[in-house]
Design a protein around this ligand. Structure first.
Ligand code: PLP
Length: 478
């Protein structure tokens, strides 16, 4: 028998794979008894690692021991029941198994021809998901549009922006580069839009100065009248308003921009409208939350959300739908000789490398497919409903305590609150609660004030964890 490569030995993999799955299951089983956040100081982890890579093989047991001893204690446990920071990034079991299968198959799906199932499953599952969220028909693959999985929402907004740039310049941006001196292209997003919008504007050569940050109304939404004025002024001055981002669920407060109004304004200037629903979009799977989340989507050119935030799909998995795939493909397609093949030339297949920045792509659709199949849509709806209900209860507890201000009514499962005593007191409270390592929350600026954010969304979190976290906060408030 030929000698087996140690990296590709089925029997060895079977055994070691079981040990790794057991390690993960034990990690889950012991999560609640661990502190949610690490006590590590900078450099601690590296001080326990040897200075050079090993020359000879080490057994998996030694690696897992080090995982227990060095790595796990220095992690912020994002799957912990008392993790309420940022937005959730919940990694469900079916999705992890899908990720493992994707790695196990090890295929590249840049072209339909490089693994037809990789492309077709993605197209199909994103049609399912569009349907489950109640998004407009124009995003379905049977028409001019369709969906694609990107790594993150930051990539989603970047490729939408590049497509918009090329649509606005009749492909001159790609060809000769932009000259932003005479008739600059101008982009628009609210002051609370995610920083990835500004990053994308820089990367795409628009220039960060040409992103207009539109003020907010009293509840954190883009002020549509201010957008209209800014776009009209730019147009009158000979500039080209070409790209608008509406946020459905801002990172700071979860506010939902008035997308329908924004769409009407963007439409008057033929500007591309991208909807960033990174976190909140998942809640559209519940019909009772859907209305405001998908309002105006019918007039959007692109709409994206992260199943890797609140839909139990492990990072990374951002879904971007476009109403018309042609500008995206025109902006991003590169077909050197070594990629040419009959299927592409027939024009009857999708080559997803034309919808993203990198060429190579892994089989991410598997984890989405497995999550939808093995949990079913109703379990995903219950997951979201429970979090929204618990956030509502938490908000009532805050509102009932005279020391606190509830800064906004909760947006879905995000609650923003502060101490009446001011920003310093609020920061000290947040630091004090996080220092217990029994709960983890983060901050944002909401209506000009420092706010503590409680983002409910973890798969392991229970109602009791939410209530216990309120008690901990109330005790620390003095
Ligand atoms: N957009 C919004 C509204 C977000 O809240 C976030 C992250 O929290 C992002 C975009 C960026 O997400 P990603 O990490 O997938 O790039």
């Amino acid at each position: 028998m030929p000698e087996r490569h140690p990296a590709f030995d089925p029997e060895r993999f079977r055994e070691e794979g079981r040990a790794v799955i057991d390690w993960i299951a034990d990690y889950w089983a012991t999560l609640a008894s661990r502190p949610v956040s690490p006590a590590a100081a900078p450099g601690d982890v590296r001080s326990h690692l040897p200075p050079h890579a090993p020359e000879s093989p080490e057994p998996l047991t030694d690696v897992l021991d080090d995982l227990d001893r060095i790595i796990a204690p220095a992690l912020l446990h994002w799957q912990h029941p008392a993790f309420f920071g940022y937005f959730p990034a919940s990694a469900g079991g079916p999705s992890i198994l899908g990720e493992l299968l994707s790695a196990g198959l090890g295929v590249q799906g840049m072209l339909w021809a490089t693994s037809p199932a990789c492309t077709e499953l993605e197209t199909h599952v994103l049609d399912w998901l569009r349907d489950l969220l109640g998004l407009p028909e124009k995003f379905a693959s049977r028409g001019a549009g369709g969906g694609v999985i990107q790594d993150s929402a930051s990539s989603g907004v970047l490729v939408a922006l590049v497509a918009a740039r090329e649509r606005a310049t009749a492909l001159a941006g790609n060809r000769t580069g932009l000259t932003q001196d005479e008739r600059p292209l101008v982009a628009y997003a609210s002051l609370d839009a995610h920083s990835s919008v500004e990053k994308a504007v820089g990367i795409a050569g628009i220039g960060r100065e040409w992103l207009r940050k539109i003020p907010l109304d009293a509840v954190g939404r883009m002020d549509a009248a201010a957008l209209a004025t800014a776009m009209d002024e730019d147009q009158a001055a000979g500039r080209i308003p070409f790209f608008v981002v509406a946020t459905v669920g801002t990172t700071a407060s979860g506010a939902v921009d008035p997308v329908a109004e924004i769409a009407a304004i963007a439409g008057r200037h033929s500007a591309w409208l991208h909807v960033d629903a990174a976190w909140a979009g998942a809640a559209a799977i519940c019909t009772e939350f859907r209305g405001p989340l998908v309002a105006g989507a019918n007039h959007a050119d692109s709409w994206g959300f992260n199943p890797h935030k609140w839909l139990l799909v492990n990072f990374d998995c951002h879904v971007l739908w476009v109403a018309d795939r042609r500008p995206l493909v025109a902006a991003l397609s590169m077909k050197p000789d070594y990629l040419r093949n009959r299927a592409t030339e027939s024009g009857s297949v999708i080559d997803y490398c034309d919808w993203q920045v990198p060429l190579g792509r892994r089989f991410r659709a598997l984890k989405l497919w497995m999550t939808l199949r093995m949990l079913g849509a109703e379990a995903l709806r219950m997951h979201i409903r429970r979090h929204v209900a618990w956030a509502g209860e938490f908000a009532e507890l805050v509102a009932g305590d005279r020391r606190f201000d509830l800064l906004l009514p909760p947006n879905l499962s995000l609650v923003c609150f502060a101490l009446k005593d001011g920003d310093d007191a609020t920061q000290a409270l947040l630091d004090g609660v996080n220092a217990t390592r029994q709960a983890f929350l983060t901050q944002a600026r909401v209506s000009g004030r420092l706010a503590i954010r409680l983002a409910v969304g973890g798969a392991t979190t229970t109602r009791d964890d939410v209530v216990a976290t309120w008690r901990r906060i109330a005790e620390h408030a003095g």
